[in-house]
Design a protein around this ligand. Structure first.
Ligand code: ADP
Length: 193
């Protein structure tokens, strides 16, 4: 069993590479952004709250986000049996500590963290391009800038957290999808060998 965290700034390719990794390693994908967008689309109470943060480019508060993730894990016990790609979670040190506790309780752990490293100009270009098709309320220039600020202030410290745990795999995410995927695979396969 393999649990992977895919980590990186907005627009770094986490969702795209997660799809490839699912096929390659037979994992289940948990994207907290997708979970929240489903709630927004269904008009749930959580969706209403989440939408206020997402449309501003801010993070959903840790307590709420951690309980959302715990619910996803509880309602799908078979997921953690096979292994999961966590995409968009954790985004803060507190979330990372909670993830460790949640997985420990279930007899497992984070095995590896794939960090997609992409330069800032390209991130903005990719997100603006995606905004033309996605219809996402947060893919416009002002919100993108805010999401990148939030990433630098609250999320990027996780890199050192996972480096210290010996789990961080730095991946150059500036090239095309196939190349990036090959780098991830090489790095993970070396670890798993
Ligand atoms: P991206 O990585 O492109 O920003 P996501 O779909 O992962 O997109 O997340 C979209 C938004 O959902 C975030 O900007 C944030 O508002 C909210 N969100 C997703 N995951 C989390 C999380 N773990 N903690 C707090 N907020 C989150």
């Amino acid at each position: 069993m393999l649990n992977i965290v895919i980590f990186g700034a907005p627009g770094s390719g986490k969702g795209t590479q997660s799809e490839r990794l699912i096929d390659e390693y037979g994992l289940h994908h948990i994207s907290t952004g997708d979970v929240l967008r489903r709630h927004i689309a269904e008009g749930t109470e959580l969706g209403t709250v989440a939408n206020q943060y997402i449309s501003q480019g801010h993070l959903i508060p840790d307590d709420l986000m951690i309980s959302v993730l715990e619910d996803v894990l509880d309602s799908n016990p078979e997921l953690t049996a096979k292994g999961v790609i966590f995409d968009g979670f954790p985004r803060t040190i507190d979330q990372a500590k909670s993830l460790n506790t949640m997985l420990e309780k279930r007899g497992t752990k984070v095995h590896a963290v794939v960090g997609l490293e992409v330069n800032e100009d390209d991130l903005i270009k990719r997100l603006l391009q995606r905004g033309k098709e996605s219809g996402r309320s947060d893919d416009n220039l002002d919100t993108i800038r805010e999401r990148l600020n939030v990433y630098h202030n609250q999320t990027s410290p996780l890199r050192d957290f996972y480096v210290n745990e010996g789990k961080y795999h730095a991946i150059d995410g500036n090239s095309d999808v196939d190349h990036v995927f090959e780098s991830i695979k090489t790095s993970l396969d070396r670890k798993l060998a």
